[in-house]
Write a protein that binds this ligand. Sequence first.
Ligand SMILES: NC(=O)c1ccc[n+]([C@@H]2O[C@H](COP(=O)([O-])OP(=O)(O)OC[C@H]3O[C@@H](n4cnc5c(N)ncnc54)[C@H](OP(=O)(O)O)[C@@H]3O)[C@@H](O)[C@H]2O)c1
Length: 253
Amino acid sequence: MNVFIAGGTSGMGYALALHYLKKGYDVGICGRNPEKVPENCPENLNIFQADVSEPASIDTAVQFFLKGGKSLDIFINCAGSYAEDVAGKISYEEAEEMLQTNVLGTVNCFETARKAMRKQNKGSIAVIASVSGILEYEKSSLYTKTKRSVIQMADAYRRALKPFGISVTAIAPGYVDTEKLRQLNNHDLGKKPFLTDVETAVAIISTAIEKQEKLVIFPVKMKWLMKSLSLLPSSLLNMIMFRKARWMKDDPN
Ligand SMILES: NC(=O)c1ccc[n+]([C@@H]2O[C@H](COP(=O)([O-])OP(=O)(O)OC[C@H]3O[C@@H](n4cnc5c(N)ncnc54)[C@H](OP(=O)(O)O)[C@@H]3O)[C@@H](O)[C@H]2O)c1
């Protein structure tokens, strides 16, 4: 089996790469900064430099990985960009990077994977969204809105690709204990409820892909919390989520 992971140079993507290597699969990963990959990474890991926001970049990386006529069995897009957005306090550049990576990058990954899998009549594509994208409310952050769009793009591609034997799985994780999450929170994850470790996340994601599930929200407690919140009137939901975001960031404004 051949697996390509966009956004595989760190965090969940890299952990998924190690998981598939252990199973004996041929694995390719990419990111903008391949030097991030740990020096002790397995020698047979194929590492590429590619930016998902540029179609030619991700396309070329996947074509290199598949050279010699290999099939693309699994494509996972883990690439994501996050900037703190309480009360809309983000810069133009941060917003641009989130839109380009999370929205445009998702489309580019789907297009690259779709083209590679089209002639095979089989394949699995998975995208990592976020549990925050499950809820629909006006004042959600830009990150949340981009991740909601990832879930909706997955719905559209699932419908379009089903006749060609290609499955699409959207993954909506709650908080996962990656180095990136720690950096974003000054290494204090005390305010992150239902935190999941990376190994558990990898097991859930890989099983969901294998079973060709449509949407997986984890952990279960977070899934039920989101389902309960989604029943609230939008004005109340807006207020609760805004206060929660400020509390998490110790933002008094
Ligand atoms: N950790 C959590 O709690 C959590 C919760 C919900 C959802 N998520 C989502 O899960 C995914 C993985 O998160 P993580 O915590 O494992 O973070 P991470 O370690 O920062 O992983 C993100 C990966 O994406 C790559 N990347 C970012 N922008 C890219 C671009 N334009 N082109 C190509 N690669 C790019 C990064 O590598 P380079 O820097 O080398 O480009 C890195 O390999 C993200 O989409 C994130 O939004 C995370």
